[in-house]
Write a protein that binds this ligand. Structure first.
Ligand code: KIV
Ligand code: ZN
Length: 385
């Protein structure tokens, strides 16, 4: 509602491409390793979901990574299949050897990366970036260039390197907030300013070190970014990347952008990735968490049972979730009646009051009241009658 008041001041693109990096940055989640077969399984589901690009890994890192890239390419997916490479010939060749249609190449640009990691000057870094982009374009492959740690790089140099790779033939530039230091207003400023200097589509890659990856990605889109990097369940280095399910649902339902994503597959894909990676989602995770459409408080349950929108911003079906009414000390009579109806349990008003009191009592003792508990209580109370 209020978003309509500010939308006219935004520089929203007509649509946003979703660049999924679950199989690359997501696999960099500490403790996570995904086998070739598992990568194939996830890639198929990402393609069915409708993402535009799947970054399948870092082919120069291992034989397995190369094999995965080739195997995913052989699936003949609709999504573009992308491999990551540093701006080094060996890395670029490893990706080109896997025959993928898209290379994402990067080099650090911030003073920290220049001085401590690369020990290279601005000029040397710029030359390497341009050389890499030209090399990929000579092979007729799409190329996206990232200035790693872009958000801690001096603006004149950042703009210069992006303009130089554009002149060298890059198809996209990507702006990584590598250690998640941005806030939405700063991200908006940066993308708006780059947009004035750059003529190819701008992509963003936000990390979640301060829990701002999704907000920073959305603010970049408000400033004109045409592509967002994201991962299923927000997996990724350290605190992770922008969560794909959150970015996608916000773009579609808050900004009304026409993304070609089959959102009803989101919960299934989140569970699938969670099982493979062993990274479980907290129950209160937005969109896909177990509690995202669960209601306990009597007032809320009453509202939801009358009209779901009172306490749900979108329908659970839209993302493949299910609504749950949870019993506990906040349960109201309406919630309990609806649960008993759901299980076809009929009882007198007196029996109902006894069940109700027992549920509140359990809740007060700090116990979780499951549906199985409810059935057991109801059976006991009915048996006593
Ligand atoms: O976070 C980052 O900077 C990256 C680069 C490889 C783009 O993942
Ligand atoms: Zn990253």
């Amino acid at each position: 509602m209020y978003i309509e008041k500010v939308k006219k001041n935004m520089n929203l693109p007509e649509t946003v491409r979703i660049f999924d990096t679950t199989l690359r940055d997501g696999e960099q989640t500490p403790g996570v390793a995904i086998t070739v077969d598992e990568k194939i399984g996830i890639a198929k589901k990402l393609d069915q979901l409708g993402v535009d690009v799947i970054e399948v890994g870092f082919p120069a890192a291992s034989e397995g990574e190369k094999e995965a890239a080739k195997a995913i390419l052989d699936l003949g997916l609709n999504a573009k299949v992308c491999g990551l490479a540093r701006v080094l010939k060996n890395d670029l060749d490893a990706v080109l050897d896997s025959d993928v249609d898209y290379i994402h190449t990067f080099i650090g640009t911030s003073p920290l990366h220049r001085e401590y990691k690369l020990k290279m000057s601005q000029e040397q870094i710029l030359d390497k970036a341009v050389e890499a982009v030209e090399y990929v374009k000579d092979h007729g492959v799409l190329v996206e260039f990232s200035a790693e740690d872009a958000t801690r790089t001096e603006f004149p140099f950042l703009s210069e390197i992006y303009q130089s790779v554009e002149d060298a033939g890059a198809d996209y530039i990507n702006v990584p907030d590598t250690v998640g230091v941005m806030v939405p207003s700063a991200m908006h400023w940066l993308i708006s300013k780059l947009n004035k200097d750059i003529n190819i589509p701008i992509s963003v890659h936000c990390h979640d070190d301060f829990g701002l990856a999704v907000a920073n990605s959305l603010s970049s889109v408000e400033a004109g970014a045409q592509q967002v990097h994201a991962t299923i369940n927000g997996l990724g280095e350290r605190a992770g990347n922008a969560s794909l399910e959150e970015v996608v649902m916000a773009l579609i339902t808050r900004y009304d952008l026409p993304l070609d994503i089959r959102t009803s597959q989101l919960v299934n894909l989140s569970d699938f990735v969670s099982r493979i990676t062993g990274v479980r989602m907290p129950p209160n995770k937005a969109i896909v968490g177990e509690n995202a459409f669960a209601h306990e408080a009597g007032i809320h349950v009453h509202g939801v049972l009358e009209k779901a929108e009172t306490y749900e911003p979108i329908t659970p079906e839209m993302v493949g979730h299910t609504r749950r009414i949870v019993l506990g000390k906040h349960t109201g009579a309406n919630a309990l009646r609806s649960k008993l109806d759901e299980y076809g349990i009929e009882m007198s008003e007196k029996q109902f009051c006894t069940v109700y009191d027992q549920i509140k009592d359990l809740g007060d003792k700090g116990k979780k009241v499951t549906d199985a508990d409810l059935k057991a209580i109801a059976v006991t109370v009915l048996g006593r009658a």
